[in-house]
Design a protein around this ligand. Structure first.
Ligand SMILES: *[C@@H]1O[C@H](CO)[C@@H](O)[C@H](O)[C@H]1NC(C)=O
Ligand SMILES: *[C@@H]1O[C@H](CO)[C@@H](O)[C@H](O)[C@H]1NC(C)=O
Ligand SMILES: *[C@@H]1O[C@H](CO)[C@@H](O)[C@H](O)[C@H]1NC(C)=O
Ligand SMILES: *[C@@H]1O[C@H](CO)[C@@H](O)[C@H](O)[C@H]1NC(C)=O
Ligand SMILES: *[C@@H]1O[C@H](CO)[C@@H](O)[C@H](O)[C@H]1NC(C)=O
Ligand SMILES: *[C@@H]1O[C@H](CO)[C@@H](O)[C@H](O)[C@H]1NC(C)=O
Ligand SMILES: *[C@@H]1O[C@H](CO)[C@@H](O)[C@H](O)[C@H]1NC(C)=O
Ligand SMILES: *[C@@H]1O[C@H](CO)[C@@H](O)[C@H](O)[C@H]1NC(C)=O
Length: 903
């Protein structure tokens, strides 16, 4: 008992130390059309650094769904729970709608029988109407899903998770990537980087391998629910110097990636849906088309998923839908053969990405070291057969977890990119842009014949990159960024231009300097970045103006200063870093004659020798103003819409939290009622401590509240549930307390009496073991022990005379407190060390008497008095026991440096 109590104390103090530390973790999110997966990087001893965050149903993947149902927003599993009843209120495939033109989203949603109310917004992008008077932009809905993902990460790791890497399919264009970043920002996530799905998988594949015995080409083939891609990745080793030693570093480079953005498991399911819809219509025979009924279609789609899964392992599969439509059940079967026939054209399409990879790389099927399959739909046998045939090999490679490779790889990337996390395995990654881009200029004096194409960024250009271009031009202009090939545009896009900027300030600057002697035409420099996330943007533009002017400078003594003035006629005044127009102006106004040369040429030995003319070359860099003018679905939300959205989302989060709190409190009230009634009604032990009428009155109260719960209380608020719970507890707690004390009290008394016996022996033992212990304090301890014993005897006697139906005379808690107090006192006495024999110490810069007192203070109690003139809290032990003990312990620690936690 004693040991346990102390351990508890130590445990509590350690716990509070941990709470003081502020920790945080980073996460990765694999956001798919139907599912999302979350991993957390969290360095804690004895724990794998990267783990999958499971959801509230303990699943490793969660439905990527949002639902709005009568004023309530539901996410993930909760949303999935109402699909069958409210298919038009549960929004799916949101990842595939972000940044896309409305028309394309609408077409695709219709083809999948998604029964939502999709509307076009002012940008030409998509909003989803969730009720008569509310609609949300796709970014907002995605933001909710990403917030749900972050909550899973935080719940899993128990620390704040703000930073994340989010994976995207390779064919995600600029608008999709930017839209996703906006969504993440709305969710309060700091996206360290987006990462291409294939690069995540390649990273996960390579992290535990060594390529020093041979480089290799690996193809990653991923068929998910809505899209398919294949990536060619080259693994090799390069040598580098590290701390003077040559080490070999594994790395991989993404060579190419090709896709079919509208081919996936969903397409196979759709074939089955169509087939069974026809069959149902035929079975029904009343000219009904089940396709017109969203609820029926939602039910059918759900069952078809299962049928498809069964077909992956069996040659035939049943389908059965209760009351599919108009109270009619639907039952049928399908063979794998029939399924493969229905999907006939899909099998050939599924090979297109790999064919393209080989064609463009010049590699043969035999040159490929491995074909790694990822994505749920690669489990379909026919697909595997097709790939095996194409690559001419008996087996494909399934070394990666088809579901989790991407999120785990993305977590590695997140760890690599965040400060403070060092992975013990190194793998270099070279990823490239999925698209090629062109940068075009438009404006006065720019030819319209294609010569205004300023820049070309090839496919697979390394991420991240900085790109800089400089050209002779002196009028304001516009820059447009576009995909290079009209035939290689992101899915659904019809115009190649994805960003436009107006660059101004150039015409003005040129006019300002027009009267000056320009030594070369005015140049304009533009700086682009291709970010790690694959986003190309114009970051900065400046005008570069060079002028040559004769200026008057004081003559200098050439015989002395001939080295510094070796090139006397040219001194370049590089107004580089941030020459603002203001500073230029000031140079202008004084004609650039006197002060500039003074400061740059002035020498201490200079004498007044008159002036001379020198030709001075100067360069001015003038920052130009950039205004983004992008229009269309790829346009980012306006500032107002963004802050508006942020507010709306936060309000929903608050409402959600309140809803959850209400549900929890209602639940605990219900549970309390059931549990309490059961105990009072079934356990006979309560008869010992409570009269029947007391118990019956409690049960009556419980019944009343239960009645209220199922009538008026059905939709009560969290506070009301809490109040009812408090009320019930106030009535029932005294009974339970007496019940608990009935056994706890005698147990505590027993522990106490046992301790008192032990203590007596201990004190007795000290006489021989520790004769130096101060007698007065040992005696005091004995007196306290005796007092406690007397107290126990008295209380026990009183309790015996008291009915168990009334409040106990004393409690187990009181007993334990008293034991603890005695233990503390005994411990502090026991710790008093044996005094050291007196040693002649070198004279310190304190008074000699003081230092002697300190040495003797424990052995001779008389000295306690002399300590009183010490300033620190060494108050007389008689005034306050606690403080007195404290201070004597502190002194020990100072003098002997003994550890505190000797016990
Ligand atoms: C490389 O190959 C040699 C000989 O084949 C083998 O002994 C060695 O263990 C291999 N090293 C690695 C890292 O695989
Ligand atoms: C990890 O970081 C290093 C250094 O920045 C970089 O060279 C390497 O490519 C990164 N690897 C991955 C997998 O992100
Ligand atoms: C810009 O002007 C300079 C000097 O006239 C000339 O040498 C250079 O070729 C020009 N650059 C371009 C891109 O026209
Ligand atoms: C203009 O600059 C050139 C050299 O670039 C120089 O030869 C010429 O004398 C300068 N003219 C004037 C008027 O400063
Ligand atoms: C230049 O400096 C030298 C050495 O200090 C001195 O002898 C000479 O007179 C100076 N010349 C003029 C023109 O001041
Ligand atoms: C600098 O002066 C020294 C002697 O005063 C002379 O030998 C040298 O040639 C001079 N150099 C130049 C560049 O005028
Ligand atoms: C120039 O740079 C300094 C420090 O780098 C900064 O304080 C100042 O604001 C900059 N001026 C302009 C005009 O950008
Ligand atoms: C003690 O203090 C005195 C002056 O206060 C000083 O002169 C002397 O050096 C000090 N001695 C030591 C051992 O610090």
């Amino acid at each position: 008992m004693r040991n346990m109590l102390f351990r508890l104390g130590i445990f509590l103090s350690i716990l509070s130390l941990f709470l003081i530390k502020s920790e945080s973790a980073v996460s990765s999110i694999d956001l798919g059309s139907e599912w999302l997966k979350v991993a957390v990087v969290n360095l804690k001893p004895g724990q794998s650094p990267i783990t999958i965050a499971i959801n509230e149903m303990s699943k490793r993947k969660s439905p990527a769904l949002v639902a709005f149902q009568s004023e309530t927003r539901l996410l993930g599993e909760e949303a999935a729970g109402i699909v069958a009843r409210y298919p038009d209120k549960v929004f799916s495939n949101l990842r595939d709608m972000v940044g896309k033109p409305y028309q394309d989203v609408k077409r695709s949603a219709d083809s999948m029988y998604l029964p939502f109310d999709i509307v076009e917004d002012s940008r030409g992008a998509t909003r989803i109407r969730v009720s008569d008077d509310a609609s949300y932009a796709v970014e907002e809905l995605l933001g909710m899903i990403l917030k749900y993902a972050t909550n899973l990460a935080e719940f899993h790791s128990k620390v704040t998770v703000k930073d994340a890497v989010i994976s995207v399919p390779p064919y995600f264009g600029q608008a999709e990537r930017k839209g996703l970043l906006t969504a993440a920002e709305l969710a309060g996530i700091n996206v360290i980087s987006l990462i291409n799905e294939h690069s995540s998988a390649a990273l996960q594949y390579g992290i535990d391998k060594d390529f020093s015995n041979g480089s290799r080409h690996v193809i990653f083939y991923d068929m998910g629910s809505s899209s398919t891609y294949a990536a060619l990745v080259y693994y090799s080793v390069y040598t580098a110097k590290e701390f003077g030693k040559t080490v070999s570093v594994n790395q991989f480079q993404v060579k190419d990636v090709r896709w079919e953005s509208e081919l996936g498991g969903q397409n196979m399911e759709l074939r089955l849906v169509e087939y069974f819809a026809d069959e149902f219509n035929k079975q029904d025979g009343n000219g009904v088309d089940v396709r017109k009924y969203p609820k029926a279609m939602a039910k059918l789609k759900k069952q078809v998923k299962r049928t498809k899964e069964i077909l992956s392992a069996n040659t035939a599969a049943p389908i059965s839908v209760e009351s599919l439509h108009d109270d009619r059940d639907f039952r049928s079967t399908i063979t794998r053969e029939k399924f493969e026939e229905l999907c006939g054209d899909l099998w050939d399409k599924s090979l297109i990405p790999v064919k393209e990879l080989l064609k463009h790389s010049g590699l043969q099927a035999d040159d490929i070291y491995a074909v790694e399959l990822i994505g749920g739909a690669t489990r379909v046998p026919k697909l595997q057969v097709k790939l095996q045939e194409y690559f001419g090999r008996k087996d494909l490679d399934k070394h990666l977890d088809a579901d989790e490779a991407i999120v785990l790889g993305a977590a590695l990337h997140a760890a690599n990119l965040s400060d403070g996390i060092k992975l013990n395995r190194k793998l270099g990654m070279v990823d490239g842009s999925s698209y090629s881009f062109v940068v075009e200029l438009d404006g006065p004096d720019l030819s319209k014949d294609g010569a205004n194409r300023l820049l070309w960024v090839p496919r697979m250009k390394k991420l991240p990159s900085k790109i800089f271009k400089s050209f002779n031009h002196s009028k304001d202009f516009e820059v447009s960024l576009a995909y290079d090939h009209e035939d290689l545009l992101p899915p659904g896009l019809s115009s190649p231009v994805f960003a436009q900027y107006a660059v101004s300030g150039l015409t003005d600057a040129a006019e300002k300097y027009a009267s000056r002697n320009l030594s070369s035409p005015i140049k304009t420099s533009v700086h682009f970045s291709l970010s790690r996330s694959g986003i190309l943007s114009l970051d900065q533009a400046e005008a570069v103006i060079q002028i040559s002017e004769w200026i008057e400078v004081p003559k200098r003594n050439l015989t002395v200063e001939n080295t510094t003035s070796a090139s006397p006629s040219v001194s370049v005044d590089v107004g580089t870093k941030n020459t603002s127009e203001e500073t230029n102006n000031s140079l202008d106004s004084d004609g650039g004659i006197s002060n500039a040369p003074n400061s740059s040429v002035g020498e201490p030995s200079m004498m007044d020798l008159g002036t001379e003319r020198k030709l001075k070359k100067r360069t001015f860099k003038i920052p130009l103003k950039i205004v983004e003018k992008t229009v269309g679905p790829g346009m980012s939300l306006s500032k107002e819409s963004f802050s508006d959205a942020k507010r709306k989302l936060e309000a929903l989060d608050v409402k959600d939290a309140e809803r959850r709190r209400t549900a929890e409190l209602k639940n605990s009230l219900e549970e309390y009622i059931y549990a309490t009634k059961e105990k009072l009604e079934t356990s006979e032990d309560f008869e010992k401590i409570s009269p029947i009428d007391e118990r019956q009155s409690v049960i009556k109260k419980l019944d009343e509240v239960q009645e209220w719960l199922y009538t008026d209380g059905e939709d009560a608020t969290a506070t009301e549930f809490q109040e009812h719970l408090n009320l019930l507890k106030a009535t029932a707690d005294p009974i339970f307390f007496r019940f608990k004390e009935l056994s706890a009290r005698p147990a505590a008394v027993e522990v106490a009496r046992q301790y008192l016996t032990e203590l007596q022996q201990t004190i007795h033992g000290w006489e021989t073991d520790k004769p130096w212990l101060p007698k007065d304090r040992v005696d005091e301890l004995s007196v306290n022990a005796d007092k406690f014993k007397t107290w126990l005897d008295e209380k026990e006697a009183q309790q015996k005379k008291t009915s168990e139906f009334s409040t106990p005379v004393f409690t187990s808690e009181e007993v334990f407190k008293k034991v603890l107090s005695l233990q503390d006192k005994a411990a502090s006495i026991k710790r008093i060390p044996k005094p050291k024999p007196k040693v002649e110490k070198p004279v310190k810069n304190e008074t000699e008497t003081n230092s002697k007192n300190a040495e003797n203070s424990y052995s001779t109690p008389e000295n306690d008095n002399s300590q009183n003139d010490k300033p620190a809290g060494d108050s007389d032990s008689s005034t306050s026991e606690e403080v007195g003990l404290e201070s004597s312990i502190n002194e020990e620690v100072n003098v002997e440096s003994e550890p505190h936690d000797e016990l």
